[in-house]
Structures are given as structure tokens and as C-alpha cells.
Design a protein around this ligand. Sequence first.
Ligand code: AMP
Length: 220
Amino acid sequence: MRLIFLGPPGAGKGTLALVLMEREKVTHLSSGNLLREAVRRGDPIGREAARCMQSGALVPDRLVTDLVLRRIGEFGKADPFALDGFPRTVEQARVLDEELARAGHAPVDLTVGFQVSPSTMVKRLQGRRVCEACAANYHLERLPPQRPGICDRCGGNLKARPDDRPETVMNRLAVYEKETAPLMDFYRAQGKLRVLSGEAVIEEQYQALLALLKKEGLAG
Ligand code: AMP
């Protein structure tokens, strides 16, 4: 199965994608994580990306598309994946479709759109903590680590993301509405969009996702 998780920041895309990876062996590919790795390396892509990410703006299509497509190119032609945070513009979505076809890769099967209220998003982002080493996601109330501040998976340090600060979050939400929400119509027109609520607790959200994937013939 080849999936896109679409939704505003804090909708639970990354958390669900990680659960799906653990239980169904579907690779979680987060464009945000790829960009943060580039920022840490300090290479030219990372330096250009950092300027946009600090303010909550989108990184230019060309940069992020190259990064994500290069990674997808390392996968087998039909390997299952869940894209989290990519595509974020209609242009990125077009290039993704074109490149998968050009490279003889299986196309995207389904886009899952997550809907959440603005107050839920803000609460999720304020409580989010991310492992500096392996990028696993936690939440102080929703998904706390066993030991405060320490990643259960790798023992790395957990930190709040700088762009989860309230002033940047408002900008990210505005950017989402303007640039990314139109993708719902793009995938609806392809007959590939299914919408799920992003409000529930993680296990309930995961079960709803699994039921959807089974109904679509994408999970056994
Ligand atoms: P995320 O981890 O998905 O919340 O992304 C964090 C930040 O990385 C975003 O606010 C953008 O600045 C940048 N970013 C991530 N994915 C993309 C994308 N597909 N297109 C443009 N910018 C992106």
C-alpha cells in the first residue's frame, strides 16, 4: 500500500504513520524529518530549508521534492510507504505522480485526510516532544514516554520543536489552509481521498485507519 497522510500540523499524521510502520511494516517517510536531517548536516539544502522552517513557511517545492523523491527512489518499485507532510502543494503532488509513473513505480493508492479542530491542533503541538536522535514523536499527555524526557525506542533526549512555539504555529496553520488544504480537492478529483477524524485517542484513530485500509483492500 502506498499512502499519503494529509492534514494540518498536530492532526496525528506522524504518530499514526509510526504505529502503521511498527504493525504493518509500512515505511514512514516524513518530509519534515528529511529536512531536519539536512538542517543538522548544515549542507546548502539544510541552510536554505532552515530559514523557511523557522518561520513556519514552506520550503521551496524544488528542494523538498528532490529530497523526498531521492529517498523514494531507494525503495523497491512497489514497497509500501506512508508519506507524512509531503506533498504539501498541488505542484508537489503533480511531480510525485509524474515521477512515480516515469520511474515505473506503483502509484499512490490512497490519500487519508485527517480533520481536527484548531484547538486540538494547538494542544497537540504544545505537548509534542520529539526524540533528537531517532525523531520518534511523543506527547506529554497523549503519548508520554516511560521516563520523562527520554525516548523509549533509543534512549535519546526528547525536546519540543522550535516551530511548535505558539507564534510559529499560527503561521503554519495559515500556510496549511492556503497551500495544502487545496490538495484535498486534488485527490478527491482522482477518487483517492478518504477523510478520517483526527480527534480520537491514538489507538482508536489507528483502528479507524486499519478498518479503512481493509475496506479499500489495502490491508489484510
Ligand atoms: P513537519 O515536520 O511536517 O511539520 O514539517 C516541518 C516544516 O518543514 C514545515 O513547517 C515546513 O517548513 C517544512 N516542510 C516539511 N514538509 C514540507 C513540504 N512537503 N513542502 C514544503 N515545506 C515542507
